[in-house]
Design a protein around this ligand. Structure first.
Ligand code: AMP
Ligand code: ZN
Ligand code: ZN
Length: 400
């Protein structure tokens, strides 16, 4: 008898604390609206998002550098800055393998070895907490050989916005044992309208106002579920958006002869890979003193960017001023862009959260870094976070 008691005690003592805490009875839905510039929520007509400010938390979130989609969604998932998790841009050159990683190339974007760190869906799943993604960068990639408990391939045309809401409701309606405690969902607006029309335009306004009404309906449906009062909802995004104009354009060809450049991955920042090591200095020197851009050698970027040490980094990193373009050809169609200095006002992201774990009517005084979302989600899920660049302390004031 005594031996059995000691054994039971040992088993309980050896259980990680989170396995016990995983019995937490709340659920969290995090929705990413791509390109949700922070001030859209103040200037556009979004009654639901305003309601969340009154009933929950209102804050401004700072993206990580570079303020692009793939790097930042994967930062939200892992709590690591892009330089540390490996998705350093939407597009980068993998010199060792001689291939280009690109969000538009399913072959390369699906390779798990590019995705470092521990995405929250794996952290939680490993600790016995089911998770789900209705599209999220990395969720459809076998990272460490695994996915969230529920996930789907990134084929947005197969599931429109209202159907994504249906799917979220379905996931939260599953039998208790199977029900995910974390649902991550992605919408590619208002980014698309922001690029096509610019951040201040009636089409971008329309895109956001439509999302506001859709999410309002979703929240009503969530609250009608038996677990409705146990659900936290976070609505945020990956980066902001700023106006661009083909006239504010610096032409790469004016400064760099083609023979110096093995590859220029021309998403902001531009990652330039020299064709020979001896051209690194030539490229760097040719770009010094050029108006409206900053250029650094890898490893020499200012510390606040937290960028430039990853093994796939370009030899020279070029960052145009906010609203300027550095490219071979100006895009005539594009009216909005992002990828710029992540501390710039236009790159900041809106954040609203409501639910049993969040304070009511709380406006966070300072912006917080998006690397803190991972420790926040782990806290809400009652799981132990893996090492990350964020800090729960930076966001704990939002919680009850
Ligand atoms: P950006 O160039 O940074 O504005 O990237 C935005 C684009 O990323 C959107 O148009 C999406 O179609 C695309 N995107 C977002 N999530 C994914 C994903 N999980 N897989 C592939 N593409 C994605
Ligand atoms: Zn984006
Ligand atoms: Zn975009």
């Amino acid at each position: 008898m005594m031996r059995r008691l000691v054994f039971m005690f040992l088993v309980v003592a050896m259980l990680p604390w989170h396995a016990m805490a995983a019995g937490r009875d709340t659920y969290t839905v995090i929705v990413s609206l791509d390109g949700l510039r922070w001030d859209y929520l103040d200037t556009y007509d979004v009654p639901f998002l305003n309601q969340l400010s009154r009933e929950g938390v209102k804050a401004v979130m700072q993206p990580s550098f570079p303020s692009k989609t793939f790097p930042n969604h994967y930062t939200l998932a892992t709590g690591l800055v892009p330089d540390h998790h490996g998705i350093i841009s939407n597009t980068f050159w993998d010199r060792e393998r001689g291939v280009e990683f690109s969000l538009g190339n399913k072959d390369t974007r699906s390779k798990g070895y590019y995705y470092g760190g521990d995405p929250v869906w794996l952290t939680a799943k490993r600790q016995g907490v089911p998770t789900a993604a209705v599209f999220w960068v990395g969720s459809d990639v076998a990272i460490q050989g695994d996915h969230p408990t529920y996930w789907r391939d990134y084929q947005t045309e197969q599931i429109d916005f209202p159907s994504r809401v249906d799917e979220i409701i379905k996931l939260l309606s599953m039998p208790e044992k199977k029900r995910p405690h974390l649902v991550m969902a992605y919408f590619e607006e208002p980014d698309r309208s922001g690029h096509d029309f610019g951040p201040v335009h009636r089409q971008t306004r329309r895109a956001l106002e439509y999302l506001d009404s859709l999410l309002s309906l979703m929240w009503t449906r969530i609250q009608m579920l038996p677990i409705g009062s146990q659900v936290n909802l976070i609505i945020t995004g990956d980066h902001g958006m700023t106006s661009v104009d083909p006239k504010r354009f610096v032409n790469i060809n004016d400064y760099l002869p083609q023979r110096w450049v093995e590859r220029a991955c021309n998403d902001y920042p531009t990652l330039i890979y020299a064709s020979k090591p001896e051209y690194i200095d030539s490229i760097y020197n040719a770009l010094q003193g050029v108006d409206h851009i900053r250029a650094w050698k890898r490893g020499e970027l200012p510390a606040y960017l937290n960028y430039g040490t990853n093994s796939n980094m370009g030899d020279v990193v070029v960052l145009p001023d906010v609203g300027w373009l550095f490219a071979y050809k100006p895009s005539k169609k594009q009216r909005g862009s992002h990828g710029f200095d992540h501390t710039a006002a236009d790159m900041q992201v809106g954040f609203r959260a409501v639910g049993p774990d969040f304070k009511v009517g709380y406006e966070k005084p300072d912006r917080f870094r998006n690397v803190c979302i991972y420790p926040l989600l782990c806290h809400l899920l009652g799981v132990t976070p893996s090492p990350n660049d964020g800090s729960l302390d930076e966001v704990i004031d939002m919680l009850r």
